[in-house]
Design a protein around this ligand. Structure first.
Ligand code: ZN
Length: 296
């Protein structure tokens, strides 16, 4: 029964769309453009870099959304029903929604662009989850090495449904790989000689980033939840041990909660990062510079 509701929604919106003054065109130049949907905006940026004028993209989540619990809007479901390609990155909400996307569009091709990435468990420096198998970290796009794997997968996916533009996709790939390598060397340079290697962050989005640059992430959330008072006390003791003076938070987190948290810890500086920003290059540089300042 649950499954029926979104389908009915989509159908009613689709009927609405068909009745609108702009009919859906076929066999025109516009229909040559591939409609691509991604789950996160940073991967949409990558598809735009590689696909250029041959793609029309949308991302389901962007700055301030929570991809752990996200639900697509009716407008996104309509666009999904017209998409040629859906690029999944294995983010939580996708496990529920990708089957619904397939139901709403039988010709939709779904490709996992995170295939080939070695997923790591979410950092747990205080062993709060010692008894359980740790959850694997979904924030794969926040590290250059992973972004290169994603870029390769994007190119294969585009070539697969649009082989006539393969040469363009391949040459755009070379360009974007150069940009990613350049960011990687800048970040290595910035983060190689810092005073400390440990950082405190509310939501554990920088696990792959930490792994890439030899840093240790100390998350405040435990299993996606607020820590218990006992857990919080242990987290604070650890952050004091490392003389941590910055608390990383993210776009969308209630600033009042963060303020209270910073006061409790005596931490002076709060830095907001955006794990879902569209412009991946600018975002990685911002995170790198903020991290460099926090570690010195
Ligand atoms: Zn997250």
């Amino acid at each position: 029964m649950k499954k029926l509701i979104p389908l009915i929604l989509i159908l009613s919106f689709l009927l609405g769309a068909c009745a609108s003054p702009t009919p859906i065109k076929s066999n025109t130049a516009e229909s040559d453009v591939l409609k691509v949907t991604t789950s996160v905006a940073s991967i949409q940026w990558l598809v735009d870099q590689i696909g250029g004028e041959h793609v029309q993209t949308q991302s389901l989540t962007t700055s301030g959304d929570d991809p752990h619990t996200y639900e697509p809007t009716p407008a996104q479901m309509i666009a999904m029903a017209q998409s040629d390609l859906y690029l999944t990155a294995g983010v939580e909400f996708e496990s529920v929604w990708v089957p619904k996307f397939k139901d709403s569009n039988s010709s939709l091709k779904v490709v996992d662009v995170s295939a080939g990435i070695n997923r790591i468990p979410i950092a747990d420096p205080l062993h709060f989850n010692a008894d359980q198998q740790g959850e694997l970290d979904p924030h794969v796009w926040l590290a250059p090495r992973n972004m290169k794997v994603i870029a390769q997968n994007v190119v294969e996916a585009l070539k697969g449904i649009d082989p006539k533009n393969s040469t363009t996709y391949q040459s755009n790939l070379e360009n974007v790989l150069t940009k990613i390598d350049d960011i990687d060397s800048q970040l290595s340079e910035m983060l190689s000689k810092t005073k400390r290697n440990e950082f405190l962050i509310i939501h554990p989005s920088l696990g792959y980033f930490a792994e890439a640059y030899g840093l240790q992430m100390i998350p405040v959330e435990v299993n996606g939840q607020e820590p218990s008072p006992t857990e919080l006390a242990k987290i604070l003791a650890l952050s004091q041990k490392y003389t941590i003076n910055t608390l990383f938070t993210q776009t969308g987190t209630n600033p009042l909660n963060v303020e209270v948290m910073a006061q409790q810890t005596g931490i002076q500086k709060i830095v907001e990062i955006d794990p879902l920003a569209y412009d991946w290059v600018a975002n990685m540089l911002f995170i790198g510079k903020s991290m460099q300042a926090a570690l010195n």
